[in-house]
Design a protein around this ligand. Structure first.
Ligand SMILES: *Cc1c(COP(=O)(O)O)cnc(C)c1O
Length: 214
């Protein structure tokens, strides 16, 4: 009779995946979180969702190689321009912003050189220029760093690493506001790179020992 909320179809939601998303939102202190089938599925989907032709993004130089490759090479095909700035040079970061800049992306700590960014400063630069900020916080885990608390818009964790913790799953979470999650969820339903329920179960198992392991 429609009185009870239920999952219709795997790509549009699953109770185990929803449990894992709620746990990750709580860990990051975010309104909501969304799970993807891998870190790169999340990185590429967020970029394709926010960028459009003739838009521009700023990314810091020490970044996961595939992320950098997608930003600086693949997106060119769609006339999306990228400026790479030195991680830690906030003047360069601000100077790189253009009227068509949509996204400011960095890792913190960066992979592989472990550069830690001043997240308050990054959030402030984004806010003053109306540019969304994304921090890939995979290397910190929410135990050591919660970028949302510093005003960052979107936080990404490749759950394949510390969150899963057993090297037996691939997954990724994006934590942010309800409004941004609804937008990304719609796109994810189209792209299809959802996390499958068994991996969500393995991830929930991994999270039980996250604090202890980290
Ligand atoms: C591993 C990693 C990714 C990619 O995650 P996958 O789950 O392997 O696709 C993205 N960012 C950082 C910082 C990583 O270490």
């Amino acid at each position: 009779g429609g009185a009870k909320e239920r999952s219709e179809y795997g790509r549009y939601g699953n109770p185990t995946v929803a449990e894992a998303e709620a746990a990750l939102a709580a860990l990051d202190g975010a309104e909501d979180a969304l799970l993807f089938s891998s870190g790169m599925a999340a990185v590429t989907l967020v970029l394709l969702s926010f960028m459009s032709s003739n838009s521009h993004l700023v990314i810091t130089n020490d970044a996961y190689r595939r992320t950098r490759q997608f930003c600086t090479q693949f997106l060119k095909r769609y006339h999306v321009a990228a400026t790479v700035v030195e991680a830690g040079d906030y003047e360069a970061m601000e100077a790189a912003l253009q009227p068509n800049t949509r996204l400011l992306i960095s890792e913190s700590p960066t992979n592989p050189y472990l550069r830690v960014l001043d997240l308050e400063r990054v959030a402030d630069i984004g806010r003053r220029h109306g540019v969304k900020t994304l921090i890939d916080a995979t290397f910190a885990t929410p135990i050591n760093q919660r970028p949302i608390e510093f005003g960052i818009d979107l936080v990404l964790h490749s759950a394949t690493k510390y969150l899963g913790g057993h090297n037996d799953l691939l997954a990724c979470s994006i934590a942010c506001s309800d409004a941004l999650i609804s937008l990304l969820r719609q796109q994810l339903w189209m792209f299809g790179a959802v996390l499958d329920p068994h991996n969500a179960y393995l991830l929930l198992r991994g999270l039980k020992t996250l604090a202890l392991r980290v």
